[in-house]
Design a binder for this molecule. Structure first.
Ligand code: NAP
Length: 525
């Protein structure tokens, strides 16, 4: 499939920029075919203006039309067939099986949001009917529902070239809510981005969506993304990537004359607590699972378990098994040279810290961005005086932090920053005995896992992929799962509206047959 290297301002292509870049094959370090240019300010302005124009129709589109659009995107992505997988493999070095699985997740996500939109109750309709006879004052008829924000900026993530990129979770949830999107593709996989964008375009044309419901801009420098976030018509930002990038965009958005919400998911260290009973009963088995989780996808997951806390006295067999498993890990190719360098930098920082020891390291990988797995050990005392030991190192590494006693473990939990997940391994009696730990973790993370591992984030209604800062810039939301749709909508109240002027979701007869909170009771009639 021919790649154009263009920006897509809706369905029109444009190539005005003069700062060019190419995708790089992470295995060989060689440039891949297809030249891309950083979008110019004029191109970005045109994409946002078109998104604003398209919003007036798309934001009012009915549930069925919007659901059909999302389903058509899923169908068009599947219709790209092997070309998409082949290009994504070249650009990311992710194996075919992983990318086929990720494509399944991406289309499944689009279809799940279509279902949510078709069902319609997500708008959280609330109706407090008028009380004309109330004393001392009558009550007006007051109704509320969620309405889409307008044009949204979405940043594609490097580590999920399909599921968190051009038609990934942020785009799917924004489009589901009724927002239009301007997508900044990740510069590590511009070809994959272009192919997927063309699927969105084809779906929009097939289902009669307005031109500009989605646009794609490229950039291998910060300027295009900064310009996009600062555009006065952009109403919100979805981002997955580094703390540095997410925080920079968050600050930029807050410094606009009209600040906007930034939903930046910036990763975390995902602490794993192994309680004494579990350590004694099945320390080796937990170590095997942990080694697999740390090295999965060369550790390039924001849910990678980068920190393991436990009491020292029962840790011997756990540590021995973990060391053995890591030693035979073949390593792997990281997504980009920059990500590999950041991994090396993080490893160097740990290695040079006194009282941090290397427990085990895996085999080296000879590819251009190859990286070995590494496990370090230290103590809770050291963590207390060096909180930076808890910072994320994006890649296949983890640090074991040993406590002399229970209280030290609890104190370490209290010192944690915000994370996406925390995991607790425990026997039933451990879990009873450590309820105070769970209570601490509830305030620190978005998802708590018992006797499992944090990697693998199910796309479903109850998922929370979020957490307090610095894991994200908005702890009240999730970037995975159907609740993600609410990030791109806000409540609007309608007081004393005639029925004919109310949105369908709030009309007296409930024509959409959705669940509504009527006078405090959830009902459909
Ligand atoms: P990144 O550097 O945060 O970049 C993500 C996107 O944001 C890119 O499109 C990038 O575009 C843009 N961007 C970054 N900083 C920006 C700024 N100051 N102003 C405007 N746009 C900006 O992430 P990455 O390239 O994927 O990987 C770098 C590091 O991010 C990794 O080593 C890892 O630590 C972390 N990471 C975390 C996650 C996670 O799941 N939380 C996922 C992937 C990576 P330009 O490069 O064109 O500016």
């Amino acid at each position: 499939m021919q790649l154009t290297g263009s920006q897509y301002i809706g369905s029109s292509t444009s190539l005005k920029g003069d700062h060019f870049f190419q995708a790089i094959n992470p295995v060989t370090g060689e440039d891949l075919p297809g030249q891309y240019a950083d979008a110019t300010s004029e191109e970005i302005d045109a994409a946002v203006a078109l998104a604003e124009a398209a919003f007036s129709a798309y934001g009012k589109s009915n549930n069925i039309a919007r659901a059909e659009f999302l389903e058509a995107i899923a169908d068009e992505i599947m219709a790209l067939g092997d070309d998409l997988i082949a290009r994504a493999m070249e650009e990311t070095a992710l194996p075919e099986g992983r990318l086929v699985g990720e494509r399944g997740r991406t289309v499944g996500q689009l279809r799940l949001f279509a279902k949510v939109v078709r069902e319609g109750s997500w708008v959280d309709a609330r109706i407090d009917p008028a009380l004309p006879d109330r004393e001392p004052l009558p009550r007006s008829d007051i109704r509320q529902m969620l309405q889409p924000l307008g044009p949204v900026a979405v940043f594609g993530a490097s580590n999920f070239p399909l599921a968190f990129s051009v038609a990934g979770g942020d785009t799917a949830s924004a489009l589901a809510s009724g927002c239009t999107v301007v997508i900044k593709g990740h510069p590590a996989h511009p070809g994959t981005s272009e192919l997927v964008f063309r699927a969105i375009l084809a779906a929009g044309i097939k289902t009669g969506m307005p031109d500009g419901v989605a646009s794609l801009i490229h950039g291998a420098g910060h300027a295009p993304g900064m310009h996009l976030v600062q555009h006065s018509l952009i109403q919100a930002v979805g981002f997955t990537g580094s703390f540095k990038g997410g925080k920079a965009l968050f600050d930029l958005a807050n410094n606009r004359p009209f600040p906007i919400p930034v939903f930046a998911e910036m990763g975390s260290t995902n602490p794993v607590f192994i309680l004494p009973g579990a350590l004694e009963e099945r320390g080796s088995k937990i170590a095997e699972g942990l080694a697999a989780s740390v090295t999965l996808g060369v550790g390039q997951f924001c849910t990678n378990p980068g920190m393991v806390l436990m009491e020292k006295n029962m840790a011997a067999s756990f540590k021995a098994t973990l060391a053995d498993k890591i030693k035979v890990n073949p390593g792997g190719t990281m997504l980009t040279k920059g990500i590999r360098q950041a991994y090396e930098g993080g490893i160097r920082r740990l290695s040079e810290t006194t009282e941090v020891a290397l427990l085990s390291e895996g085999e080296a990988d000879s590819s251009a961005t190859g990286a070995p797995a590494k496990i370090f050990t230290t103590t809770t005392g050291k963590l207390k005086s060096n909180p930076e030991l808890a910072e994320e190192i994006f890649g296949p590494s983890s640090i074991l932090i040993e406590a002399d006693e229970r209280e030290e473990l609890i104190e370490s939990a209290k010192l944690l920053d915000g994370h996406l997940t925390a995991t607790v391994h425990g026997t039933p009696s451990d879990l009873q005995e450590y309820q105070d730990l769970i209570a601490i973790l509830e305030r620190k993370v978005g998802r708590i896992i018992i006797n499992g591992f944090p990697t693998g984030v199910e796309v479903c209604h109850a998922m929370v992929h979020g957490g307090p800062y610095p894991a994200t810039t908005n702890a009240q939301s999730t970037s995975v799962g159907t609740n993600a749709i609410k990030r791109f909508a806000r409540p609007v109240c309608y007081q004393d509206f005639p029925d004919s002027l109310l949105p369908d979701a709030l009309k007296h007869e409930n024509p959409l047959n959705i669940w509504r909170l009527v006078d405090g009771d959830l009902k459909k009639e």
